[in-house]
Design a protein around this ligand. Sequence first.
Ligand code: HEM
Length: 231
Amino acid sequence: MADEKLQKIRIWDLPVRLFHWSLVVLMVVSYFTGRWGGEWMKFHFWSGYAILTLLLFRIAWGFVGSTTARFSNFVKGPAAAFGHLREMFGKGPHDAGHNPVGGAMVVVLILAVLAQVAAGMFSADTDLGTVNGPLANLIADKTVDKMTAFHKYWFNVLLVLVALHVLAAFVYLAWKRQNLIGAMVTGSKRADQVVAPGQPLPVLKFASGRLAISLLIVCAAVVYFIVRLGG
Ligand code: HEM
């Protein structure tokens, strides 16, 4: 039993982990380069393009990637979410990948960051005309102003969502003694946190690294063409 408890199960593939921690770093880079402005805006733009590439990759990986990366694995209805909350007050929870509540948050986070990047592409300083998002010249100045205002405001919404997200991870650590952050780093979880005692371990399939790299290249190319649309 002791061995079974200590047994580590591989949950997250490398692409999901690299996606996550690169996204965290790029969010920080985007925030500070955006605040500093001026010459730093060049890096702000590149950081935004990198985030967009990552998001497109993660969405595609959610359909063709490893078991725990797939949306079908963690996007569940409200019944599953309530079931999970009940488990929190019992001996659980036991999850191989994202739990149904965390899974919903993952989708919200991905869409919220996507909205931020999309608005950034159409944002610009219409008075100075010096720092134009790559697609800003495709739309009217009034709409550009709205996009810019949204881009600035939405970051605060993102901050709240990320704060909730990180808080949830620490609640798991303090209350349920489950180190989800460590699992996102190493890719593995303890077997007793993945399944209830006596239950069979889940069969998880891991997609190939070659597929991940090919997909990333395609996503980068798509972003390149989107950026070029603005001329
Ligand atoms: C230092 C800050 C952060 C920590 C400690 C953290 C921690 C975690 C953990 C533990 C998970 C896995 C949850 C689970 O086991 O179900 C996760 C997933 C995720 N986090 Fe974070 N996170 C951080 C920052 C962020 C930021 C800034 C974003 C984006 C704005 C973000 C977006 C996501 C997404 C999209 C996933 C799902 C990963 C996937 O399935 O590909 N996180 N995070």
